[in-house]
Ligand binder design. Structure first.
Ligand code: NAD
Ligand code: TYD
Length: 332
């Protein structure tokens, strides 16, 4: 396969490219990435020398950049590129509408013109919050944050390109990922690196919100499976069924890192904070996927990775992130 991957210098995209190059020796990958604050070429340092890996710096919202990437003649395009952090979408929604909606449209247009398969990397957040039970792929989209709404807009565009133009497209909606190379604005790497720096961890509200934690490598295996075997026009939920409240999550992290309750700083809640995400993954499991990584083991491995790779995250935390953090959390 000749795969065009967008947003491959981010957290999940970089893990996905590494998995494809390892598991499919005949595949070639072109990574189109704008290198926003979240994009880091260091995430793919180990594959840079591969003759099967190519990189183009560019913006999925710019028609010229997208046309140039498709001129490489991929037979499949996978769209990871997005603005991804809910808190940033609350303070600066415009970037989310632009990249997550307009950018997806530009890619769809090219996939339509070239007649190639298109995969949209979406999120369980498009369904909104559910207090009991789990959303199926047929549940209505009821997003609550500007991030989730922009991702839902992209999903609906994909649907329309399937119905109207017959584009061969699939969507995956995964739950919260964790693992190596995740930008430390997200809760797990933020808490782990704060504790490594001797700081406290800012827990929103009472820590009662529930997320289903999926190890990034398991997600990448699911994405790869759906890419190659998923039915055209379908969406597939991805989740590990490892639901934890944020308070439970925090206690497990504190225990792994040998810290106590006094390291928790309760801070004001996020506006519109979704209480619980949960997806039914029967459709994906019918394709033969199941998660391999248990939560505690994955979290231990993740803590070990951040402990051993301070050279990766320290420059991030002392760079762009420092101002963002101070404005948000003060000196916690
Ligand atoms: P990330 O923020 O770590 O990385 C995003 C990448 O996209 C960066 O490399 C960035 O430079 C690139 N990018 C942003 N705007 C771009 C543009 N206009 N043109 C080209 N490149 C651009 O994100 P992530 O956590 O790896 O998430 C990847 C995808 O998975 C996103 O679409 C996200 O919505 C989805 N997702 C993430 C999670 C999660 O837990 N992280 C869960 C479900 C779904
Ligand atoms: P996050 O990693 O931002 O992912 P998402 O909002 O996309 O699920 O947050 C995960 C959960 O952790 C969410 O319920 C919000 C909470 N959270 C905190 O309690 N403190 C924090 O500093 C952050 C960033 C998140």
């Amino acid at each position: 396969m000749r795969l065009l991957v967008t947003g491959g210098c981010g957290f999940i995209g970089s893990n996905f490219i590494r998995l494809v190059l390892e598991e499919h020796p005949e595949d070639e990958v072109l990574n189109l990435d704008k290198l926003t604050y979240a994009g880091n070429p260091e995430n793919l340092k180990d594959v840079e020398g591969s003759p099967r890996y190519f990189f183009q710096q560019g913006d999925i919202c710019e028609a010229e950049d997208v046309v140039k990437a498709f001129a490489w003649k991929p037979d499949t395009a996978v769209n990871f590129a997005a603005e991804t952090h809910v808190d940033r979408s609350i303070t600066s929604p415009e970037d989310f509408v632009r990249t997550d909606v307009l950018g997806t449209y530009r890619l769809l247009e090219q996939a339509r013109e070239l007649g190639i398969r298109f995969m949209q990397i979406s999120t369980d957040e498009v369904y909104g919050s559910i207090s009991a039970g789990s959303f199926t792929e047929e549940s209505p989209l009821r997003p609550n944050s500007p991030y989730a709404a922009s991702k839902a807009g992209a999903d609906l565009l994909v649907r329309s390109y399937v119905r109207t133009y017959g584009v061969d497209a699939v969507i995956v909606r995964s739950s919260n990922n964790y693992g190596p190379y995740q930008y430390p604005e997200k809760v797990i790497p933020l808490f782990v690196t704060n504790l490594l720096e001797g700081r406290k961890v800012p827990l929103y509200g009472e820590g009662r919100n529930v997320r289903d934690w999926l190890y990034v490598r398991d997600n990448c295996r699911a994405i790869d499976l759906v890419l190659r075997s998923g039915r055209s026009g379908e969406a597939y939920n991805i989740g590990a069924g490892q639901e934890k409240t944020n308070l439970e999550l925090t206690h497990i992290i504190l225990e792994i890192m040998g810290k106590g309750e006094e390291s928790i700083e309760y801070v004001p809640d996020r506006p519109g904070h979704d209480l619980r995400y949960s997806v039914d993954t029967s459709r994906l499991r019918e394709l033969g996927w199941s998660p391999r990584q248990d939560f505690e083991g994955g979290l231990r491995e993740t803590v070990r990775w951040y402990r051993e790779n301070a050279a990766w995250w320290e420059p991030i935390k002392s760079g762009e992130f420092q101002r963002y953090y101070l404005e948000r959390y003060g000196d916690i």
